[in-house]
Design a binder for this molecule. Structure first.
Ligand code: GLU
Length: 476
């Protein structure tokens, strides 16, 4: 049996990492088994479509390198399947159900349904359709209708879930679901099941929230006499407070992580481990390792926790593995407009490669390298420029730096010791700190001599002069 799986998002929003995690399980299974991964856009609810969502779905998958293998066109690259283009496929199938007596037309108005719901709520009964039109002898002429599936009135339906074992449902408590809406468009219950069958989907991997609808879907398969797929319902993803992952916890849309400067490989690695384990304690895994290790048996049913801090840590690991030119190029979109030669930019970001956890952190971390009018940190000024006079240190630095020929971190480091000695200081720390604030405005950052090396002699001297003019206690 060749594995065929699908990601079936509705274009009612931009894909959430929870959806993408489910899609990733599909993709990893397909790649592990040499199977087929299909993208199917479930766009039958026109009123809820969000502008740009279709593009967002494709863009998120492309960004994450989750390529799909099939579409309605021949050849590639493939456009996804769109359910709205498949209406003529659905029509004979629901006609068949009507003819078989497995479905019926329901003419109930929305007012009647609302009244029914209200009275059921008042009586504290489960809210469900009362199957009023199921035995209708004289169907009203020319009235709008929906088509509903007949659920068995008694007995049980059993969902065989690959991860959870058997889940039983009492048929009497399951609604007769609407299959076709009054506008002629199918609902998820109909279109997704028909498509899963026609597209020969072997494993339906979908969010846990669909479990309660499973008896309807199983009934539909039975009515058509089709073989059911293997049902797989992974658990939802929770935030660290064990509440459903939402915007309160930070970014949730897949593409928002790109804006944050998370690398696609890091997000894929992280999401794969949200609810799946390779069976050992590996955490940082390449795409190839994930594909090789993936199996449905490694999916855990206990809810996965999405920990942003852990994602940032993992992203930092990936950042440090990047060859410098690749890292430099990846940083560019996050730096904004900087007016500097490419070699300078690359040398600057190289100093932060060991430190940043996301690419978006690079802008703040390096802004002073590109801005001659950088601000001075207030605490640094107070400690190093006001509590003592920085002039002797900075002047001695200027003199020695100006005479320095070998402009490298190794060549520059002895200067701090020499200045400390010249001024009779016990330690070189005040020299280092004063110089750091003078050339960067900051109290932290990369090593002073690394910074100086990258900035170059002219820039360093210019900055110390500026500090002497603006911040030296004895300045005129
Ligand atoms: N369109 C459904 C959704 O976005 C698909 C669920 C499924 O994978 O079957 O929730």
């Amino acid at each position: 049996m060749s594995v065929r799986v699908r990601f079936a998002p509705s274009p009612t929003g931009f894909p959430h990492v929870g959806n993408i995690r489910t899609a990733l399980f599909d993709w990893l299974l397909a790649r592990n088994m040499g199977g087929t991964f299909i993208l199917r856009v479930e766009d039958t609810d026109r009123s809820r479509e969000v502008e740009g969502a279709r593009e967002g779905i494709k863009e998120a998958l492309r960004w994450l390198g989750m390529d799909w293998d099939e579409g309605p066109d021949v050849g590639g690259p493939f456009a996804p399947y769109n359910q709205s283009e498949r209406l003529s496929i659905y029509q004979p199938l629901y006609q068949q159900l009507l003819a078989q007596g497995d479905a019926y037309k329901c003419f109930c108005t929305s007012e009647r349904l609302a009244g029914l719901r209200k009275s059921q709520e008042e009586a504290k009964k489960p809210t469900m359709y009362d199957r009023h039109c199921r035995q209708l002898s004289d169907a009203p002429e020319g009235q709008p209708f929906v088509i509903r599936l007949k659920m068995p009135l008694e007995g049980k339906t059993v969902l065989h879930d690959y991860l959870r074992g058997d889940v039983e449902f009492d048929n009497a408590l399951v609604d007769d679901p609407v299959l076709i809406k009054s506008d002629g468009f199918p609902t998820y219950h109909f279109a997704a099941m028909v498509d899963d069958h026609l597209m020969e989907i072997t494993h339906v991997i979908r969010a846990e929230e669909w479990i309660s609808s499973a008896p309807k879907h199983i009934r539909l398969y039975e009515a058509f006499g089709w073989q059911q797929p293997i049902w797989v319902h992974p658990s939802i993803i929770l935030g660290p407070d064990r509440k459903r992952l939402s915007k309160r916890h930070g970014a949730t849309e897949a593409l928002a992580f790109r804006d944050e400067g998370v690398l696609p490989d890091a997000l894929v690695n992280f999401l794969a481990l949200c609810g799946w384990s390779p069976g050992d304690d590996r955490e940082v895994m390449t795409r190839r390792e994930l594909i090789e290790a993936f199996s449905l048996d490694g999916i855990q049913v206990s809810p996965a926790i999405f920990d942003h801090e852990k994602l940032k840590w993992m992203n930092g690991v990936y950042i440090r593995q990047m060859p410098l030119p690749v890292f430099g190029a990846a940083c560019r979109p996050y730096l904004g407009e900087v007016d500097a030669p490419d070699e300078y930019i690359e040398a600057v970001v190289a100093l932060e490669q060991e430190r940043v956890r996301t690419l978006s952190e690079i802008k703040e971390a390096t802004s002073f390298f590109f801005d001659e009018a950088f601000e001075y940190d207030e605490k640094g000024v107070e400690k190093w420029f006001r509590q003592g006079d920085p002039r002797p240190i900075l002047e001695a630095m200027v003199r020695r730096l100006a005479a320095q020929e070998h402009w490298s971190a190794d060549g520059l480091a002895p200067i701090a010791d020499a200045v400390a000695e010249e001024l009779g200081l016990e330690k070189r720390a005040p020299v280092i700190h004063t110089a750091r604030v003078a050339i960067s405005g900051r109290t932290g950052g990369p090593g002073l001599f690394d910074m100086m090396t990258v900035m170059g002699k002219d820039r360093v001297l210019r900055r110390i002069h500026r500090t002497l003019e603006t911040h030296s206690a004895s300045a005129p």
